[in-house]
Design a protein around this ligand. Structure first.
Ligand SMILES: [Zn+2]
Ligand SMILES: [Zn+2]
Length: 387
């Protein structure tokens, strides 16, 4: 390799300016910590929130401590990525020793969103084992991370994405088996096919409210994933998106969801709790081989997991309705004058008898009758069953 082909990258100590910093052991960010992060005295690079965390990480960190290198790319990132120069430099360094920070405002995309699978190996960081941590926060105009870009970066433990990012390509982080945390920006709308498949160390994901699509198999076989809240913006969850996530115990799906792909949660054998909205159109065998959930449904007397979840959702919706009514009723009582009995009478009078109001009072009164309630006593009695 000629000298000219070597990118002009430098090793320097971390500066705190624009970076998202967090404890290397517990992953808590500096913003939420009571004290400043402290650096490892030997390498000056690893950072911890306290001594316990440093001790906890030492077993792993020991082997790399003095060999850690920080590479900072501040300009001309596009050429360095396209020529493969940065990748060649990274490939000369030992496994899991590189902290890569790219902060180049001119960079709009890393890799290619249309790269064909047979050319996956050509992606900028494909199979790059030296990467330990990646920080792209300073690439303030980056909108996409293309197909296969970080595929098989098996030592990569954390990645920070910038607030401008909207798309993550297919297989972008597949087989990143050490990846424990990803900070998703609030701009992200799409997570591509198999983007995080087989990231077996990923324990939890918090998806941003901007997200609308999660591609096929996006989190397939993420065997350490225990919980997932899907955001209120999500409309589509692809086929097998969370299939084989054998540690996943709870999932809350938003009302915005319209399509849930075939086998989306197939083989999630620990899954116990799911909030599934009525609006979602279900593909075939969404909950295939979800043994724990099936057992729960059977115990509750339902023939299928889907019927069980539909019923559960209706109860939750009804509870929400009752709580809204309770709040409105209490307000009306507070606003009214007179004796206690007069206050309640005037509050009840404010609830329309038909369905002209924004609240489904008809349904509410109907349920009240079923519960055997009468008047005010019935109302309070009924509400208490749900609160
Ligand atoms: Zn910590
Ligand atoms: Zn160190």
């Amino acid at each position: 390799m000629s000298k000219n082909a070597t990118p002009n990258v430098s090793s320097l100590s971390l500066t705190s300016r624009t970076q998202y910093r967090c404890c290397w052991y517990c992953g808590r960010g500096e913003k939420i910590l009571p004290t400043k992060l402290q650096k490892c005295g030997r390498c000056g690079l690893a950072e911890y929130c306290n001594r316990e965390c440093q001790r906890g990480d030492w077993k792993l960190h020991k082997a790399k401590c003095k060999r850690l290198t920080e590479i900072v790319v501040e300009k001309d990132a596009k050429n360095r990525l396209q020529s493969g120069a940065l990748k060649r430099r990274l490939d000369t360094l030992s496994e899991g020793t590189v902290i890569l920070t790219i902060r180049d405002k001119d960079l709009t995309t890393i890799g290619d969103m249309n790269l064909a699978p047979e050319r996956g190996r050509e992606a900028p960081f494909y199979g790059c084992k030296s990467l330990l941590r990646v920080d792209l926060k300073g690439c303030t105009n980056l909108t996409s991370v293309g197909n296969f870009v970080f595929f098989g970066c098996s030592s990569l433990t954390s990645v920070v994405l910038p607030d401008s990012l909207t798309q993550l390509g297919e297989h972008a982080f597949q087989n990143c088996s050490s990846l424990t945390s990803v900070v998703f920006p609030n701009s992200l709308t799409q997570i591509g096919l198999a983007a995080f498949a087989m990231c077996s160390s990923l324990t939890s994901v918090v998806l941003p409210d901007s997200l609308t699509q999660i591609g096929k198999g996006a989190f397939n076989m993420c065997s350490s994933l225990t919980s997932m809240v899907l955001p209120d913006s999500l409309t589509q969850l692809g086929e097998a998106a969370f299939a084989g996530c054998s540690s996943l115990t709870s999932v809350v799906l938003p009302d915005s969801l319209t399509q849930l792909g075939e086998c989306a949660f197939g083989g999630c054998s620990s899954l116990m709790s799911v909030v599934l909205p009525d609006s979602a159109e279900l593909g075939d065998e969404v909950f295939l081989e979800c043994d724990a959930l099936l057992q729960k449904a059977t115990l509750a007397g339902f023939a299928t997991v889907e019927l069980f979840l539909r019923d559960r959702y209706k109860r939750i919706t009804l509870r929400k309705l009752v709580l809204r009514l309770l709040r409105k009723y209490n307000q009306a009582v507070n606003d009214a004058g007179g004796t206690e009995a007069e206050k309640h009478a005037s509050a009840l009078a404010q609830f329309p008898a038909d369905n002209s109001g924004s609240l489904e009072v008809g349904l509410f009164l109907q349920k009240m009758n079923i519960s055997g309630g009468d008047g005010e006593k019935g109302l309070v009695g009924y509400i208490l069953k749900f609160v």
